[in-house]
Design a protein around this ligand. Structure first.
Ligand code: AFP
Length: 324
């Protein structure tokens, strides 16, 4: 069976040739990151890089390598005006007359690298409105204004999952040809679910409403929900959301009382927004307890948010607990 490759898909679905080129460039660089990952310890890419990023988190060697690879590839494109990365303190200028701003998490779930488990590259593309050198203010657009969003999942197979604003598609990397081939043309998340993903070890630190909601899920068929739920946690948002796009479910990373001043753990501009657009385009919902994530007006590029996303009915119910 012949399958459409990423380039052909983009020439008929991307709103512009420059956006198609940008996504192809991310696909190209993901091949190199895949090669870095597949050698593991043989490539000397495991362990810490010996520095912290702007959020005070330890950088893994491959966080740094992947960041450099993506930064170099995107900065070479004349259409890119600027980039913002989890691993860069400030926005990075590219071409003053470029039309796109790209935010990315070069290697989401990087604590999984050392245990040979799933990680991914998440990206989001915004339009540029500025003149002269790029500024952080230009990046501060609500997620709904994203022109494209997606991720590359480095798992048993490598997959590129994408929205260019209408529906969600999945491509699988074929090592023999070096191509990404279309393997799912219409990703859709069922409204109801029986599976949830949350770091349960933090339960006692959540808002009481979240504790009650998850507590009632855990009571299963004997509790108010009247059905049993399964739980999964990969500790890489990219992999947990991929599972939800494949077989449904709910994903939450709530606010935590240990750092009350911090809204959540996950980053709005290169985690929650791109994943949120994918989930919404697949028929799911994406919120904080206060409303739709894609409507948040960002205040800075490394902003954090609490995240509730996935099966539409389950997300709505979770919000109901917070509003009671
Ligand atoms: P790392 O990239 O530092 O491993 O963090 C991954 C992440 O931001 C997100 O991808 C996961 O959902 C979440 O953190 C996992 O957090 P826990 O450490 O609480 O499991």
């Amino acid at each position: 069976m012949s399958r459409q490759n990423l380039s052909d898909y983009l020439s008929s679905h991307a709103p512009s040739a420059t956006l198609a080129q940008l996504i192809l460039s991310i696909a190209e660089v993901s091949r190199a990151i895949r090669d870095d990952l597949s050698g593991g310890a043989l490539n000397d890419i495991l362990g810490a890089a010996g520095a912290e990023n702007v959020q005070g988190e330890e950088q893994k060697k491959l966080d740094v390598i992947a960041n450099e690879r993506i930064k170099t590839a995107l900065s070479a494109l004349p259409s890119v005006r600027g980039i913002a990365s989890e691993e860069e303190d400030e926005v990075v200028a590219a071409h003053n007359d470029g039309e796109f701003l790209v935010t990315f998490d070069p290697l989401d779930g990087s604590s999984n690298i050392d245990i040979n488990s799933m990680v991914g590259t998440i990206f989001s593309v915004l339009g540029s409105r500025g003149e002269g050198a790029v500024s952080e203010a230009e990046f501060l657009q609500p997620g709904r204004q994203q022109l494209a969003a997606g991720y590359v999942l480095y798992g048993p197979s490598v997959m590129l999952v994408l929205t260019v604003g209408k529906g969600v598609v999945m491509f699988t990397y074929e090592p023999k040809s070096g191509e990404y081939l279309l393997t799912e043309a219409e990703v859709s998340i069922a409204r109801e679910c029986k599976e949830f993903a949350i770091n349960m070890s933090n339960q006692r630190h959540w808002h009481p409403a979240m504790q009650r909601y998850i507590g009632e899920l855990l009571q299963g068929s004997e509790g108010p929900r009247g059905k049993n739920y399964n739980m999964r946690w990969v500790a890489a948002m990219v992999a947990d959301v991929h599972r939800i796009l494949c077989r449904g479910g709910l994903f939450c990373y709530p606010w935590d009382a240990r750092k009350p001043e911090q809204a959540g753990k996950l980053r709005l501009m290169y985690e929650a927004n791109p994943m949120g657009l994918l989930v919404e385009q697949a028929g799911g919902k994406v919120c904080t307890p206060d409303g739709n994530i894609l409507d948040i007006q960002p205040e800075h590029i490394h902003q954090r948010v609490p995240v509730i996303l996935g099966a539409a009915d389950e997300v709505t119910l979770c919000l109901d607990y917070h509003q009671q």
